[in-house]
Ligand binder design. Structure first.
Ligand code: C5P
Length: 239
């Protein structure tokens, strides 16, 4: 397969065309942004960790019956994914209160939720990815009710599978963001699963092993990304 022209450069990845119309060639970057692009920086070798971790997590989910866009890991920073027609909605799944939920429910960071919370966000940089509900999505034609229901069903299945393996690694899966797309009308999981898109806390110490270290200037960012990857890799190999 040939890597052709770059089609799109996002905050964390570059997407290239290929000579196969069914797939894209993805390259993961070290660039880090937070607070809707206001804070910018570099996390050394983040692209390598996020590429390999996404490949590993998508493979695990696929083996357990979740349809994802992942096809093949090519190199440290590159992977092949199926071309999805992206749904402009993100689903955030939450198991423990943190981040933007703190101010919505009036509980402190770390409060364990009795059941998973699913939130919808409209993917739009100019609007700062606002939280929306299903009626917004339907009224704006961003997705059909069947697609939203399928996204929610996949999100809950992903949550069961991810919680299990993350726990085996001695980590709490606090919250994370998922993106979806369509192939011939079928809803599939896309984008990435990495410390950029998930909150991971060490079960014993509560130490943050994710992008909050960058957002909050906590230091040891590279070490945290590497640690969570190694622990999840070991947990999956011994599963
Ligand atoms: O900021 P907030 O608490 O709403 O984020 C919830 C989860 O979704 C976090 O794990 C965060 O990393 C992830 N997220 C993301 N991309 C966004 C918004 C949130 O990966 N655009």
């Amino acid at each position: 397969m040939e890597k052709l022209a770059m089609l799109y450069e996002g905050k964390a990845k570059k997407i290239y065309d290929t000579n196969d119309k069914n797939v894209f060639w993805v390259e993961y970057k070290d660039d880090a942004t937070a607070f809707n692009g206001i804070k910018k920086g570099t996390i050394v070798d983040k692209g390598i960790i996020n590429n390999k971790m996404s490949a590993m997590m998508f493979s695990y989910l696929q083996k357990n019956g979740v349809d994802t866009h992942f096809v093949e890991l090519l190199s440290d920073r590159e992977q092949i994914v199926r071309r999805l027609q992206m749904v402009p909605l993100e689903i955030v799944v939450r198991n423990i209160v943190a981040g933007s939920l703190v101010k919505k429910v009036g509980k402190e960071e770390g409060y364990s939720l009795a059941s998973p919370v699913l939130e919808l966000y409209y993917k739009d940089d100019a609007l700062g990815d606002p939280m929306v509900n299903e009626t917004h999505a339907l009224a704006m034609g961003w997705a059909t009710i069947e697609q939203i229901n399928k996204m929610k069903e996949i999100a809950l299945k992903v949550n069961e599978l991810m919680t299990k393996i993350v726990a085996k690694a001695g980590i709490d899966l606090v919250d994370y963001k998922l993106e979806f797309g369509l192939i011939d009308g079928k809803v599939m999981l896309g984008d990435e699963i990495s410390p950029d898109t998930c909150r991971f806390w060490d079960k014993d110490t509560g130490e943050k092993l994710d992008k909050d270290r960058f957002r909050r200037d906590l230091g040891k960012i590279e070490e945290a990304y590497a640690e969570v990857y190694t622990r999840l890799k070991d947990a999956l190999e011994n599963a």
